[in-house]
Design a protein around this ligand. Structure first.
Ligand code: 6PG
Length: 476
């Protein structure tokens, strides 16, 4: 009997996705460049369902029913192109190629266009939730043609995480929309992680509490508004003790955060679209700063802190302030990410439903959080919401946090604790709500040195002032 879906690339993510399909009763064709991975999957998990192993790509493709559905789960970039090239000669019109890796969305757009010319469907699909999610239910963000979703969608929905019985999978939009949304998901993931890290650092420096004590604080937070996967694992990481030294694990890890590129892509794209995703950008740069070893070494030797030693008077009150500041900053990061999705949707004509994205992020993925219910509701109230921050629920929540947020950022500045994500989120909040911005002055400077012109508050048209002559104004 032919297999209903195939997975090529059986490293841990591919292997777990294949097992997830098999556990849901699908016959799954499996293939890997080196056959040893395929046989080990069958040896270890063959009893979980029906696997159809093949040594060659040709046999793998031949083992699939038509239209064939082939999931590629290999390293993003050249490896993905190589697998696609190999598949091209073997597939028939109407077959569906699904790239479930973390591809850069412009690559996905290019591949989709190329495969379309050959009558094939290419579905760039975001998959979030790590190894564990891939096996037990990830959040799935498929792009590609609506037509391909008709046959593929139900299978993906079935293996996805469920929240209140609803699948964490929906057709995001055509062409690269799925990988785009996954990219922004990862950008938000960076912001969320950085905010949590800053919260930890503030508490540790401000109160002198140990990592284990702070683990308990995060555990408590996880039973409130901040309940989320990332807060939960943070408590676990902070509570973990290094077996070799007996120290807190977090104290023996080198403090240089790495990245595989999705955060950087998110920021690059935001610059192209002109969307201020300051929280995500600061989080990405904070990783870069942590890895700037020579600069840090040079700075450590000579740059004074000129800051007061720190011991907060009322630790419990301070910790509550940090919690509120974290919540508010988190709303900003999401609001910015959703703005970016809206801008790209417009730019590429993807028609992405932001409420639906919030919904499929409620379970399975790395940024899953109770908070996403609130975002889902906000977009239910107004699908065209111009700014998530301005939704009535969030204005209320931030209103309650604002004084605490300002106190935390002030304390951090006074005591020399870097909080790029907390501070920049507050600056964004104050910027976006400001009646007037000093951007007017920047327009004046631009017109002064480059005759770049400006618009007036009291009428239409573009104007220039003769700065080096009589300073008269004329229409440009
Ligand atoms: C997910 C994760 C996953 C991966 C990150 C790690 O949604 O399951 O985002 O895709 O773990 O991309 O990214 P960095 O290595 O860049 O931190």
């Amino acid at each position: 009997e032919l297999a209903q879906i195939g997975v090529t690339g059986l490293a841990v993510m591919g292997r777990n996705l294949a097992r997830n399909f098999a556990r849901h009763g699908y016959r799954v064709a499996v293939h890997n460049r080196s056959y040893a991975k395929t046989t080990s999957l069958i040896d270890d998990h063959g009893d979980e369902g029906t696997f159809v192993p093949s040594e060659s790509m040709r046999d793998f493709v031949a083992s699939l029913e038509k239209p064939r559905r082939v999931v590629i789960m290999v390293k993003a970039g050249a490896a993905t192109d190589a697998v696609i090239d190999e598949l091209l000669g073997l597939l028939d019109e109407g077959d569906i190629v699904i790239d479930a890796g973390n591809a850069h969305f412009p690559d996905t757009r290019r591949r989709e266009a190329a495969l379309k010319e050959r009558g094939l469907h290419f579905v760039g699909t975001g998959v979030s939730g790590g190894e564990e999610g891939a096996l037990n239910g990830p959040s799935i963000m498929p792009g590609g043609s609506p037509e391909s979703y008709q046959t593929l969608g139900p299978m993906l929905e079935e293996i996805s995480a469920k929240v209140n019985g609803e699948p964490c999978c929906t057709h995001v939009g055509p062409d690269g929309a799925g990988h785009f949304v996954k990219m922004v998901h990862n950008g938000i993931e960076y912001a969320d992680m950085q905010l949590i890290a800053e919260a930890y650092d503030l508490i540790r420096q401000g109160t002198g509490k140990s990592a284990a004590e702070i683990a308990d604080i995060f555990r408590t937070w996880n039973s409130g508004d901040l309940e989320s996967f990332l807060i939960e694992i943070t408590a676990d990481v902070l509570g973990h003790v290094d077996a070799k030294t007996g120290s807190a694990f977090v104290d023996i890890v080198l403090d240089q955060a790495e990245q595989k590129g999705t955060g950087r892509w998110t920021v690059q794209n935001a610059l192209d679209l002109g969307v201020p995703i300051t929280g995500i950008a600061e989080a990405t740069f904070a990783r870069a700063l942590s890895g700037s070893v020579p600069q840090r070494e040079a700075a450590r030797k000579v740059l004074p802190a000129d800051a007061e030693a720190w011991q907060v008077d009322d630790p419990d009150a301070f910790i509550e302030d940090v919690r509120l500041a974290l919540y508010a900053s988190k709303v900003v990061a999401y609001s910015q990410g959703f703005d970016q999705i809206a801008a790209a949707s417009e730019e590429f004509d993807w028609n992405i439903d932001r409420g639906a994205m919030a919904k499929i992020w409620r379970g399975g993925c790395i940024i899953r959080a109770r908070f996403l219910d609130r975002i889902t509701e906000a977009y239910q109230r107004d699908p065209e919401l111009p700014l998530l921050l301005a939704d009535e629920y969030f204005t209320g929540a931030i209103g309650n946090s604002l004084a605490a947020w300002r106190r935390v950022v002030m304390a951090a500045a006074r005591h020399g604790v870097p909080t790029p994500a907390f501070s920049s989120s507050l600056a964004y909040y104050d910027g976006v709500r400001a009646e007037r911005l000093p951007a007017a002055l920047i327009q004046g400077q631009r017109d002064f040195f480059g005759a770049h012109t400006y618009r007036r508050v009291d009428g239409d048209g573009t104007f220039h002032t003769e700065w080096s002559a009589d300073r008269s104004e004329s229409p440009a």
